[in-house]
Structures are given as structure tokens and as C-alpha cells.
Design a protein around this ligand. Structure first.
Ligand SMILES: NC(=O)c1ccc[n+]([C@@H]2O[C@H](COP(=O)([O-])OP(=O)(O)OC[C@H]3O[C@@H](n4cnc5c(N)ncnc54)[C@H](OP(=O)(O)O)[C@@H]3O)[C@@H](O)[C@H]2O)c1
Length: 243
């Protein structure tokens, strides 16, 4: 059996990933984690968790899977959050952004690694990052910083695994490129005074530059299936060609 723990399965990329694995093979089990459930399948289990609430994140436990061939955690859930320059954000918005985009994936990754350290299955953590983790985008300070944080966390885990554990766990932090999801709708609804690059993002939609979530899910599945082809921890799906 293959087990895929995926956060943010109610819509967007996370839902496309869940549906990909549920149709790929009958021995795939998907465990989705988000506040709403929109996926229903005999091989799908849903954990109704608000990743913005630290106490709910702490109670999430990964059960043993003695029969597993592969166990994967995909930290996909994310929020762009309040779009405004620093100095105009609310404290709540900053805290929520780091909690969902960085604290929750870090806590889940740590719990996942504790739970499956001794498992003989192939084990992998895939963090969904963003180009915003490398490029500063005015109005997105907490989002950019949280994605830069998940990139560094992933590099540290890779360093630990390489040196001490001979890669018991593979870890990636991968930019998915721009995708046609609710997150992009939220970005387009920012006000021009708060978001200098608003027109660029409106044009991505008008010019059909936003990828379909199903296409990006296929690219992620290709990476997860062929880790030997992907030696770097950080990269973009733009660099991945699927036949
Ligand atoms: N779309 C893009 O162009 C783009 C570009 C670069 C990177 N990304 C990254 O790709 C990932 C997926 O984004 P998307 O575009 O698919 O976003 P989306 O359509 O807005 O979906 C976000 C998902 O995250 C979940 N989520 C949000 N807040 C949550 C919370 N407090 N607790 C639990 N789950 C929560 C949502 O579920 P519930 O609301 O049901 O909880 C939803 O399933 C994110 O990490 C994002 O940063 C996206």
C-alpha cells in the first residue's frame, strides 16, 4: 500500500493531487487534511483540521502503516493572506500566515519523521513552496518569508538526512508556478494601492498563463515517483518535463 498525506485537499492543487493518487492505483490511500472535505472515495480519509490553530496541529498523529511500500507527506495547504505593505498588516494576519505556511508544515514534518523513522517504506516529504520564497514581492512579506522559511527547513532536513541517516527520508521544497486556483482569485482581488504587481497577476489570468491544477499535480506525481532524477532540494516544476 502507498499512503499519501496531503494538506489542503478541499480545492486547488491539493484536491488535484488527492484525485490523481485516488485514480492512479487501487493500492493508494490518501489522507487529506483541511477544514472542508470535498473529496469522497473509498480510499480517502479526511482529517478535519484547522492548520491555523496550533492546538489542532499538535493533536495530529500519524498512525503506523506496517504494510506500507511508500509513505509521503505533501505540505500543500497555504494562504497568501492579507496583501499590504509591512507597517499596515494586522498582527493576527502575520501570525496566521506563518502558522499555516511554515509552523504547521514544520510540526507535521517532525511528527511524520518521528512516526515513520523505523518504517522500511520509501518515505518522502514534499513541501509546496513558491517563487515568492526567493523573490521579494511587495505586499506579500509574511507569505514570502514563510516560503523562504520552508525552503531552508527543507535544506536543513536534507543535510541531516544526507549526513547522519543515509536518506531515510527524502525532502523537497518545490515551486509549483502560477496555477488557476482560488489563491490566484484572492491575489487578483487585492487593492492596487496595496499591491504594486496587481496588473501582472490580472494579466496572467487574461493571457491564460495560469496552469491547470491537474497538470501541476501530474508533474508533482512524476517527481514523487522518480526521486532519483531529482537531486536538488529546491527547484521549480517549470524545470520538470512529463512525457
Ligand atoms: N496558486 C498559485 O498560483 C500558487 C503559486 C505558488 C505557490 N502556490 C502554493 O501552492 C499551494 C496550494 O495553493 P492553491 O493555489 O491550491 O490554494 P487554494 O486553492 O487557496 O487552496 C488552499 C488549500 O489550503 C487549505 N487551507 C488553507 N487554510 C487552511 C487552514 N487554516 N487549515 C487547513 N487547511 C487550510 C484549504 O482548505 P480549507 O479552506 O478547506 O481549510 C485549501 O484546500 C500553497 O502552498 C500555495 O502557497 C500556489
Amino acid at each position: 500500500m502507498n499512503f499519501y498525506y496531503i494538506t489542503g485537499t478541499s480545492r486547488g492543487l491539493g484536491k488535484a493531487l488527492a484525485e490523481y493518487y485516488l485514480t492512479e492505483a487501487p493500492n493508494n490511500i490518501v489522507i487529506g487534511i483541511s477544514r472542508n472535505q470535498t473529496v469522497f472515495h473509498k480510499n480517502y480519509e479526511h482529517f478535519n483540521v484547522d492548520l491555523g490553530d496550533p492546538s489542532q496541529v499538535k493533536t495530529l498523529h500519524f498512525p503506523p502503516h506496517h504494510d506500507a511500500k511508500k509513505i509521503v507527506l505533501i505540505n500543500n495547504a497555504g494562504v497568501v493572506g492579507m496583501i499590504k505593505p509591512m507597517g499596515q498588516l494586522t498582527s493576527e494576519a502575520i501570525i496566521h500566515n506563518f502558522q499555516v505556511n511554515l509552523v504547521a508544515p514544520a510540526v507535521l514534518s517532525n511528527q511524520f519523521m518521528k512516526a515513520y523513522h523505523d518504517s522500511n517504506a520509501d518515505k518522502m516529504i514534499v513541501n509546496i513552496s513558491s517563487g515568492a520564497g526567493k523573490t521579494p514581492i511587495a505586499g506579500w512579506a509574511p507569505y514570502c518569508a514563510s516560503k523562504a522559511g520552508i525552503n531552508m527547513l527543507s535544506k536543513v532536513v536534507d543535510e541531516e538526512q544526507k549526513n547522519a541517516f543515509g536518506y531515510k527520508f527524502r525532502i523537497y521544497s518545490i515551486e509549483p508556478g502560477v496555477i488557476d486556483t482560488q489563491m490566484q482569485e484572492e491575489i487578483r482581488s487585492a487593492s492596487p494601492e496595496d499591491f504594486v504587481r496587481l496588473t501582472d497577476f490580472i494579466n496572467y489570468k487574461i493571457e491564460n498563463q495560469l496552469a491547470k491544477p491537474t497538470l501541476i499535480a501530474e508533474k508533482f506525481a512524476h517527481i514523487i515517483r522518480n526521486p532519483e532524477q531529482f537531486k536538488d532540494v529546491l527547484f521549480s516544476v517549470k524545470d520538470v518535463v512529463v512525457d
